[in-house]
Design a protein around this ligand. Sequence first.
Ligand code: ADP
Ligand code: MG
Length: 269
Amino acid sequence: MSYIIVLGNEKGGTGKSTISMHILVNILRLGASVGTIDIDARQGTLSRYIENRKNYIAQTGIPLPQSEHIRLYRSEAEYSGDAKNEDQKNLENALESLSHKDYIIIDTPGSDTYISRLAHSHANTIITPINDSFIDLDVIMQLDSLHDNLKPSIYAEMIWEQKKERAIRNKQSIDWIVMRNRLSNIQAKNKLEMESILSLLSKRLGFRFSAGFGERVIFRELFLKGLTLLDLEDTGQTLTLSHISAKQELRNLIDMMRLPITHDKITTV
Ligand SMILES: Nc1ncnc2c1ncn2[C@@H]1O[C@H](COP(=O)(O)OP(=O)(O)O)[C@@H](O)[C@H]1O
Ligand SMILES: [Mg+2]
């Protein structure tokens, strides 16, 4: 059985695809095999990222590790019942065809779709990146100015439902990790407030939260070549201090995920 990691957040542009790519390359470099499924196929960021990597390898001859990838489009069936059946069948087929892999990573769209809910229900780990603002917190919990009237968002309720689904289906649990992404050096007061709210929410909603990744230009530059922070040395690029810090942030995330198989090897990457 593959270990399934789902990147999800009902908001676009929070870093799901970028982080999917970094997690998958990190796991490959730990020596495990990885299959990837892009169910945000229309936007196709992860698919294009992986395609760019393939082209880079072909052009340079540098043998970088790759995943086996499936780009899964949503059903175009006219009736919603037919569309749901087709989506379910397609996702199950994709999971089945990658079931020989140690890990399967699923990148999802920034919107609520049936296939995205299904993908969440198959997860061993769900990672929800949020940007460093109170607007983004709304994706997991609706806050008022005094923080005394907390109401889980539709997305948090959906994860709750999928946790129940999974427990019924095979008595397994889902580890939900909320991570901050694109952290900037905003005022210390705002930062502390975010941290205390996140720690309060993590207890209420049952997620663990990770310090996350800083805002770094390198993430935007890597996409076109299909590279990640972990490929810089192999491709002859000099690491700056910022790259080293970013790699450390990635390592912290992977470590926090407590992945099976690779856990004892993680610290050596
Ligand atoms: N830590 C980061 N620092 C700087 N830019 C980032 C970071 N994470 C993501 N980005 C950029 O933000 C944009 C959205 O990221 P993406 O991974 O496509 O988000 P999503 O998949 O959630 O829509 C991309 O241009 C990406 O390069
Ligand atoms: Mg995306």
